[in-house]
Design a protein around this ligand. Structure first.
Ligand code: SF4
Length: 455
């Protein structure tokens, strides 16, 4: 038995991998400790799909190396995307690291660690075959008990020209519906109130399976669990079907929230990005979504400064944002990634210009979001309470059905009492740029509403 310290970097999908590592290590009777100084084994599950993530991962590894320099008996294991992407460079450049494990090694990590502890040499670099997690693997949640991620696929077949994910994570592999159901039922029994379905492209779910797609999966989750909120994240625009929208409209337990990374709105730029839709289709998707789901909250991300993007194409995004007034918008500045198809494209935009464009759009969105938030003033929203606010002990904090965890604003509650994990009714009394403020009011008809169709 060893003590270990685990650092998890990157997105929610990587966090699920970390939760599997945690599950396997605790099941093998290893002991989790709070600080690297207390641990025999220092583990870091890395992200590495863009340069800022690579830099963050290297910094964190070097921090662990500094601990090991002080206590040479400690062992360091580096796991995940960074290893999958830069395997040989890392092995050569970081001799202090005892074990490097690729993205497919998280579930079986405890076995590798056992070998290392026993002095058997699993090799410094372990890159297991492509695989897929399943519900039989022990998993320990790191999120609050009322909220969890459900990773429905691994990998991606889309090959957007700026993205390293397909080469790091491999091709699309969907988990069978029954396997996901078993995990979801267990999570529900553990008290999960909000289950967010995640993937590299959630709308691709089931393309590699017979007889399964996202609506089928959602129907099964609705029938076999009583989780009050099911949330869909990472929907590729052209993968959102009328059937999916109707299903959301007809089932209150699927929150009216669509996370649709659009990346751009200029047709030539979208083509160069190898994204398989055009502005006209995005506009029609927004119109149909709002028609079928009048209260839908729409989130997207844009990538600016892509090679060949001129001022007019960049400003087309601002025009689009002003015209369609999306609820939540993230903007990222393009940067070349070694090995990506876009790296060799003509018309590279200087980094400082890409950052200027990003900042401009973020300012535009701040203005639009503030106006958008005002629509909630005076309304009563269902809110999942997270606990005392990180800002001040005087407030509670939670999120409405229109706000996703981690990425969107929140609801501050300044009147009323509730426990973390409670679903309460909050009357909105104030709105800020991204956040709302309100007071708890009596629950009139919420219980009755829970399982009824929106109609
Ligand atoms: S859909 Fe997402 S994960 Fe897949 S290649 Fe495109 S950007 Fe990368």
């Amino acid at each position: 038995m060893a003590s270990f310290h685990l650092v998890s970097l990157g997105c929610a999908k990587n966090l699920v991998d970390s939760e599997l590592m945690l599950g396997s290590l605790l099941a093998a009777d290893h002991r989790l400790v709070d600080t690297p100084a207390q641990a025999d084994i220092l583990i870091i599950n890395t992200c590495g799909f863009i340069q800022p993530a690579v830099e963050e991962a290297i910094e964190e590894i070097l921090a662990l190396v500094a601990v090991k320099n002080e206590f040479p008996e400690k062992k360091i294991a580096v796991v995940g995307c960074l290893v999958q992407r830069y395997r040989d460079d890392l092995v050569a450049e970081l001799p202090e690291v005892d074990l490097f494990v690729g993205t497919e090694g998280t579930a079986g990590f405890a076995d590798l660690l056992a070998k290392m502890i026993r002095g058997e040499n699993p090799g410094r670099l372990v890159l297991p075959e492509r695989s897929l997690m399943d519900s039989t693997l022990p998993r320990v949640l790191t999120t609050p008990p009322f909220r969890a991620w459900l990773k429905i696929t691994e990998g991606c077949d889309n090959h957007c020209s700026y993205c390293m994910i397909p080469s790091i994570r491999g091709p699309l592999r969907s988990r069978p519906v029954n396997d996901l159901l078993q995990e979801a039922v267990r999570l529900a029994a553990g008290g999960v109130k909000e289950l967010s379905l995640i993937a590299q492209d959630s709308s691709a779910y089931g393309r590699d399976l017979a007889g399964a797609d996202l609506p089928t999966l959602l129907q099964a989750l609705l029938a076999e669990t009583d989780i009050p909120w099911l949330r869909l994240l990472y929907l590729y625009p052209s993968g959102i079907t009328p059937l999916l929208l109707e299903l959301i409209a007809g089932n209150r337990r699927i929150v009216p929230y669509l996370d649709i990374p659009m990346q751009h709105v200029s047709d030539p730029v979208l083509a160069a990005m190898n994204r398989h839709y055009r502005r006209r289709e995005l506009e029609s998707l927004i119109a149909v979504s709002r028609q079928v789901l009048p209260d839908v909250a729409l989130r997207t991300t844009f990538l600016v400064g892509f090679p060949g993007e001129d001022e007019e194409q960049f400003l087309a995004i601002e025009d689009f944002m002003r015209q369609h007034r999306l609820d939540h918008v993230g903007v990222f500045a393009y940067a070349n990634e070694e090995g990506c198809a876009a790296q060799g494209l003509a018309g590279q935009v200087p980094a400082e210009e890409a950052i200027r464009r990003r900042d401009h759009l973020l300012n535009v969105q701040a203005e639009l979001a503030a106006a958008r938030q005002r629509q909630y003033l005076g309304r009563t929203l269902e809110v999942l309470v997270e606990g005392v606010s990180a800002e001040t002990d005087l407030l509670l904090e939670g999120r409405s059905r229109y706000q996703a965890p981690d990425v969107d604003g929140c609801v501050y509650i300044n009147d009323g009492t509730a426990n973390p994990g409670d679903l309460v009714q909050v009357r909105i009394t104030d709105s800020q740029v991204y956040d709302l403020v309100g007071e708890i009011v009596p629950d009139v008809g919420l219980a009755k509403e829970k399982n009824t169709a929106r109609g």
